[in-house]
Design a protein around this ligand. Sequence first.
Ligand code: FES
Length: 345
Amino acid sequence: MFLKNYWYPVALAQKVGDRPLSVTLCGEAIALYRDSAGQIHALSDRCVHRGAALSGGWVENDCLVCPYHGWQYDAQGHCRKIPANTEQQRIPFAAKVPHYDAIERYGLVWLFYGDLPEADRPPLPPLPEYDDPAWRTVQGEVTYTTHYTRVTENLMDFAHAPFTHSGSFGAASDPLIEPYKVEQLPDGLRAQTQFTKSAYRGIWKLFNRGDAPRTVTTTITLYMPCIVRTETDLGNGFRFIGYGANLPIDAETTKTFWLTVRTFFTGAWADGDTVRRSLKIIEEDKRIVETQRPKMIPLDDRSETHVAADALQIGYRNLLRQARDRGWAIAESQPADQELVPAAK
Ligand code: FES
């Protein structure tokens, strides 16, 4: 099940350069390109003339040019030029492709996927620390062979850390999760818990000074349908954020754009180490999450059993059901060329 009417990350912004880039969102191929002012635009990656991929073309006069017969499409998807036409021949009314509203933020390209008017759309999942010089960010992308709901749920799972991450920051000797409250947000959930300091080895032991708290506070925020922000407070002003923004590619493929943002070791010299540690944690998750069956979390049966520590995931499943009941679900068997967003008028 894919959901419409949300913002989705589709690419690292640095990957959209002089040449168009093809991405897939919820089974739909989309071409991204930059205009001469550096602004990113997103059009359906299928020319309405003979179906060629627009992403194989180039940018000219701020239009995306199809590589097959040279039709030029503007940022709203209107065809502005057909080279084979004489001056007397008009551009057909149907010569337009769907376009998507695109925003570049936090080093990512985000698309609004759906049909809600601008005033009714949820805000972009926030990460103000990205632009704050007191914080330092590294980021990257990784592809999971599973459904985005499994990847998202994993990112908000307090109880897996002592086991899945026993090779990095998890403490297998301390698996208890105290009961916690789940706060309802307009488009998501938030919850907080404490881990013992012993859970944080390696680099984190540097913060184990006498005056530091004996616990680490972790706050997880879900932004529907698949963005999770995990903020960890180590005490004494040492904080870091893991921001996982998931791109549902198809029913069995998810790309996670990950950002690790920290208030300590903010020089570039520590970036490589932060990347290495982030990727190790992601690989630990990936090894487990890709084994989960079914690939999409089950919403309508009792084939999985919940306990108190799963309160966040239970809340997530409720929000998924609510979005579906609102009519925002899109069948995953949807052909790639079906138009979700009405063509530009
Ligand atoms: Fe695109 Fe002909 S297929 S211009």
